[in-house]
Design a binder for this molecule. Structure first.
Ligand SMILES: NC(=O)C1=CN([C@@H]2O[C@H](COP(=O)(O)OP(=O)(O)OC[C@H]3O[C@@H](n4cnc5c(N)ncnc54)[C@H](OP(=O)(O)O)[C@@H]3O)[C@@H](O)[C@H]2O)C=CC1
Ligand SMILES: O=C(O)[C@@H]1CCC=N1
Length: 264
């Protein structure tokens, strides 16, 4: 039995993705304190909504998807009901396996995971790292669970803040670019629906070229950039405005924020 504790944006994306990929609603418990949202979850997914204590008593795998700031008090609430027979998976940004272990009974296996919202469509990217009491079989379990909603990669925990900055927050960067491109099209007089369709399919197509061709993005970009053409004119403007540096700084800021969250 799996329990998802915290069914906000990410928890619900994982819940919906898992159910869509064949997990039976009766095998998934959900903890959600807000009664109106709990009612929505029951109606929408047919899952049972229970207290955190009941989730710990009844499930062997707990997937914690609360805000990092709420995590320690939840761990303290769960701890009396947990044992090393449980597997605790946290998706909270910045919360290290050491913090998780420090608030749970000695020997509890924990996995720090960083998914992203495309999990909702079965197209997520999740990185996982184990703690001090986490064996290969625990990581296999976490990978199998999160693998139902997309790809899973195992990384050393020292890379988790970088993962958070790249693939955890990453979808938002692409939505930001998409929004900017759509607004530029609209400003030039294009109907919004047409601009949105052009941008959506361009991003989907470009992503498929990147993942399926195995080519470096520079090679793919050069193939678009005709000598003396439109793309060269556009890229020159992006460089003039320092967009490359801005992106690098943005990803470093996300990495640093993830790192700071463990101490907040
Ligand atoms: N959003 C994303 O793209 C990603 C988020 N994450 C991580 O996922 C976690 C959740 O983020 P996100 O979904 O965006 O945030 P949300 O605020 O949408 O979700 C948090 C959820 O936790 C619930 N909650 C709060 N306290 C408790 C409690 N004691 N027991 C059970 N549930 C509780 C909240 O309920 P209520 O609203 O009723 O207070 C809310 O539904 C964060 O730690 C974040 O770092 C990781 C990867 C990607
Ligand atoms: O913004 C956040 O903190 C979370 C973690 C990664 C994506 N969303």
């Amino acid at each position: 039995m799996i329990a998802i504790i915290g069914a906000g944006k990410m928890g619900e994306a994982l819940l919906a993705g898992m159910l869509a990929k064949g997990h039976a609603p009766q095998d998934v418990l959900v903890t959600e304190p807000r009664e109106d949202h709990a009612e929505e979850l029951r109606g929408r997914y047919g899952v049972e909504v229970v207290t955190a204590a009941d989730a710990a008593k009844r499930a062997d795998t707990l997937l914690l998807a609360l805000k990092p700031q709420d995590m320690v008090s939840l761990l303290d609430e769960l701890a009396p009901y947990l044992s090393p027979a449980h597997l605790v998976i946290s998706v909270a940004a910045g919360i290290t396996t050491a913090v998780l272990e420090g608030h749970l009974p000695t020997g509890t296996p924990v996995v720090r995971a960083m998914p992203n919202t495309p999990a909702l469509m079965g197209r997520g990217m999740t990185a996982v790292a184990g703690g001090a009491h986490t064996g290969g079989a625990h990581l296999d379990r976490a990978e199998a669970l999160l693998g139902t909603v997309g790809e899973v990669v195992r990384v050393g925990e020292q890379h988790m803040d970088t993962v958070t900055a790249i693939s955890g927050s990453g979808p938002a960067y692409f939505y930001f670019i998409a929004e900017t491109m759509i607004e530029a099209g609209v400003a030039m007089g294009m109907p919004r629906a047409t601009a949105q369709r052009l941008v959506g399919q361009t991003i989907t197509g470009a992503a498929a070229m990147l993942t399926d061709s195995g080519e470096h993005p520079v090679v793919l970009r050069e193939a678009v950039t005709s000598p003396g053409g439109t793309t060269a004119a556009a890229l020159r403007e992006l460089e003039r405005h320092g967009v490359r540096t801005a992106f690098t700084d943005a990803i470093e800021a996300a990495r640093d924020r993830s790192n700071a969250l463990s101490g907040d």
